[in-house]
Each structure stands twice: as C-alpha cells, then as structure tokens.
Design a protein around this ligand. Structure first.
Ligand code: SF4
Length: 305
C-alpha cells in the first residue's frame, strides 16, 4: 500500500475546528456554526457531540447566540446580518481564503473585471463573490465559459482562483485568460493554497505505481473531488472516493497488488486509519508512506474576544 503524504488536515481546517472547540469551552453549549465548518461529516459529528449546532442560514440562530462562520469564508453581507441580529459572530475563514478576498477587492477598486476560476455554487466562491458588487466577478470553469463572456480583448481583467481548485485545470484556464486578454493582472502569489498543491502532487507521485487508488474524503468536499479527478486523469482505472472504511467498494480492489491512498484537507486521520485497518483485516498489507513535501504552515488561533 502506498500512502501519500502530505494528506489530511491542513492548517486552515485545523484552525477552524479549534475555533469551534474553543468557543464551546469559552461560551458553553450550544455554539452555532453556519454551514459545515469544513466539508467532512465525521468532523461535524464529532463537534455536534460536543455541543455544536450546524445551521444553513443565520435566521436559524436565536438572537444573542454565538455563531461561527466556516473556513470557506462568507460575504460581508452575512457578517452584517449577524450584527443586525445581535449574534456573537466569529469568522473561522482560512487566512488563505481571506487573501483571495483582499485581492478581489483590490482589483475591483482598480477598475478591473475579475475572472474567478472556481466552482460556481461552492461556499468559498459564494463568499468571494460577495466581497464586491454583483457583476464585478465572472466565475469560469472552462475555456468555453471564458469565451462566452464576450469581453473585449482590451478589457482590463484580473484573475483569482478558488484555493482548492485543480492546479492543472487552473493552469489551462490561466493560459486561456492570458491568450484572450491584453491587460491581465495575476495574483501576487498563487491562490491555490499550499495544502491543495501538496496533496495533489503527493497523489500524482504515487498514482503511477498504484493499481487502485482510494481517496478518503467527503463527496461534498471540493479538494477530495479534485484528488479523485486527478487520480482518474493519471490513468488509474480503479478510483474510489470514500468517507470511511464502511463505504469501501471491495470489487474495485479485486486484483490490485498496490493500492494508493490519500485523503483530503478536511479528512481526519482517523478516517484513513479506519480504511487501513479494514484493508489489513482482509489482505496481507505492507504500508509505505511516500512523502512529497514537509508542511510547517500553522495559523494563529482565532481570537474569541
Ligand atoms: S485547503 Fe487551503 S485554503 Fe482551504 S482551509 Fe486548507 S489551507 Fe486554507
């Protein structure tokens, strides 16, 4: 078995989970969380067991209660609504998502139209769109969408990228933007975050030697889905995205001598351990970890003032 590293929790996910746990200690139960704090059901269930209550919208939160916004970031309108409803709100947005927000605002103020490479409807994309007035940003996912915008080649544009986007797919779109427009402003540093980049390249490093690949992560996690897509792109014919061992499709592992395993940035290591334990119960396995990068990134804890 080839175990990709880095895998699992990134610094932003850890900070968001820590924020909910710290709020539960500081304020007691319940602490409300708007939307999944990170895209993983095991994480959400563990926090619910400690007293967190997940809601979709703020109107589900009683006035005066404590609410935490997820790691994906929110539009300023959400923070305003929380203030209007006298909620005690804390924003657990990942600092690397905040960086994209600041860039988008800066480009808008400079008079540029922003092309956001991202998945329409994803909470991070919604939060980024909400930083500027409607129409200031176009979300693009394909070269066809980019061309269909009908913007003149002389239009001053800037691009930004969802932090969990596929590095390779973003590169294709960025090349298309540079090809289509004469005046393009790029992000000061890459928008796709270190954790996404590292997990995608760690998977690529083991994919060629794997007969089957298991991505441990939630079906609604963007970075888990990107990892599964990348595994398929490498030509592996047996790829499965599972949230835990119970979801394993054993038929997909039939005949595989080497199984590659990785996990999304929102997946707890306990879910990977669960999968490994079940595999070890059925097969004679040897686990080799293949480390592609060492991660030292850590963010300051959210202040619950
Ligand atoms: S995946 Fe990247 S942007 Fe998202 S929370 Fe983790 S570090 Fe932050």
């Amino acid at each position: 078995m080839l175990l990709a590293a880095p895998r699992g929790f990134c610094a932003g996910v850890q900070r968001a989970i820590d924020a909910v746990e710290a709020a539960l200690v500081r304020f007691g139960t319940p602490v409300y969380v708007r939307r999944p704090i990170v895209h993983n059901r095991a994480v959400m269930r563990a926090l619910e067991a400690k007293g967190a209550v997940f809601v979709q919208e703020l109107d589900e939160v009683p006035a005066g209660a404590v609410v935490i916004f997820s790691a994906h970031g929110v539009a300023p309108a959400v923070a305003r609504e929380a203030a209007e409803r006298s909620l005690i709100a804390y924003d657990a947005v990942c600092p690397l998502v905040s960086k994209v927000h600041r860039e988008v605002v800066r480009h808008h103020r400079a008079g540029r139209h922003i092309l956001l490479i991202g998945h329409d409807g994803h909470p991070e994309v919604e939060g980024t769109l909400g930083q500027v007035p409607p129409g200031a940003v176009s979300v693009v996912q394909s070269l066809g969408q980019l061309r269909a915008l009908g913007l003149p080649s002389s239009a001053p544009v800037a691009y930004a990228v969802q932090t969990t986007y596929s590095v390779d797919e973003a590169a294709v779109l960025i090349a298309g933007i540079l090809d289509l427009f004469d005046d393009v402003q790029a992000p000061a540093t890459d928008d796709i975050c270190y954790a996404t980049t590292n997990r995608q390249s760690a998977l690529r490093a083991i994919a060629g030697d794997s007969d089957a690949i298991i991505v441990v992560g939630a079906s609604f996690s963007s970075n888990a889905n990107r990892l599964a897509e990348i595994a398929r792109e490498t030509g592996c014919l047996s790829v499965q995205l599972v949230e835990d061992g119970a979801a394993l499709d054993w038929a997909l592992l039939a005949g595989a001598e080497t199984v590659g395993i990785t996990s999304a940035a929102s997946t707890p290591e306990s879910s990977v351990d669960d999968v490994l334990a079940l595999l070890a119960g059925r097969y004679d396995v040897q686990v080799h970890e293949h480390r592609n990068a060492v991660e030292t990134m850590a963010f300051k804890q959210l202040r619950l003032g």
